[in-house]
Unconditional design. Structure first.
Length: 261
């Protein structure tokens, strides 16, 4: 996929991307960097550092700027600490992309309190705490952008995803409520309702479904059935750039038509 934004669309902007080293996050990181943004990847634990480093190396090989910080976003203290560390090192945060999330496909009856609590912590509480800390930095400047990666499944359902969809539905509501509350600060808050993107987990889910039903996946005519991480990156660049300065509180579907199918 070719880049559709000018190389200076995000010039001199510090963009924090949770989960920016893998899957959808890697695509967002690369497109943001190609648009001139300085990428700050948040990764969850030491085992994930190698993925963040790979994305950083690719960005730097093309003349971009990127770095990485460790944080378990399911823990409030770590959220506050990493934002403060980034501000100390970079001077400010211009945009926050709450992309990181987990989805442990589990039948409703088998969702334990531990599974439920962890999904809420990572997919909803983490973005809340990171946004609180980022807004405190953005507010004095009267400008900033937050983009939350939610899911189209929150509005149409999905198999073995009650805990995931509930947490992402909450993230969509957090988006509109926060956008409303802080609209006068100049900080914009939007969400992307993501459809099926060709990441490892979604490719595996499709294969599992085909085995269970004995039926091959049917492509919809006229549009790709699965998105690319860069599709989300392109939408993120729009929502954190000046091109969307009149857009806040929106839930933008980037889903290949899944919401209307």
């Amino acid at each position: 996929m070719s880049h559709v934004y000018a190389s200076d669309a995000l010039k001199n902007r510090i963009v924090v991307i949770t989960g920016g080293g893998r899957g959808i996050g890697s695509g967002i990181s690369k497109v943001v960097a190609a648009a001139g943004g300085e990428v700050v990847i948040i990764y969850p634990h030491d085992g994930e550092r190698v993925h963040a480093d790979k994305v950083i190396a690719e960005i730097e090989s093309k003349g971009g700027r990127a770095s990485a910080y460790r944080c378990d976003i399911g823990v409030r203290a770590e959220c506050e600490s990493v934002i403060n560390e980034i501000i100390r090192d970079k001077g400010r945060i211009d945009a926050l992309v709450n992309n990181a999330g987990i989805c442990d496909f589990t039948p409703f009856e088998k969702i334990t309190p531990e599974i439920w609590d962890r999904h809420l912590a990572v997919n909803l509480s983490g973005p809340f705490y990171l946004s609180q800390a980022a807004v405190a930095d953005m507010k004095p400047r009267g400008k900033g952008a937050i983009v939350n990666i939610s899911t189209v499944s929150a509005y149409r359902g999905g198999d073995r995803q009650v805990h995931y969809i509930a947490s992402k539905g909450g993230l969509s509501s957090l988006t509109t409520a926060l956008a409303h509350e802080i609209v006068e600060t100049g900080i914009r808050v939007n969400a992307i309702l993501c459809g099926g993107v060709a990441t490892d987990i979604n490719i595996q889910q499709r294969a599992d479904r085909e085995r269970a039903t004995g039926k091959s996946w049917q492509e919809r005519p006229g549009v790709r059935s699965m998105g690319l991480p860069e599709d989300l990156g392109n939408a993120v660049v729009y929502l954190i750039s000046d091109a969307s300065e009149w857009v806040t509180g929106s839930l933008v579907s980037v889903d290949g038509g899944a919401l209307i199918s």
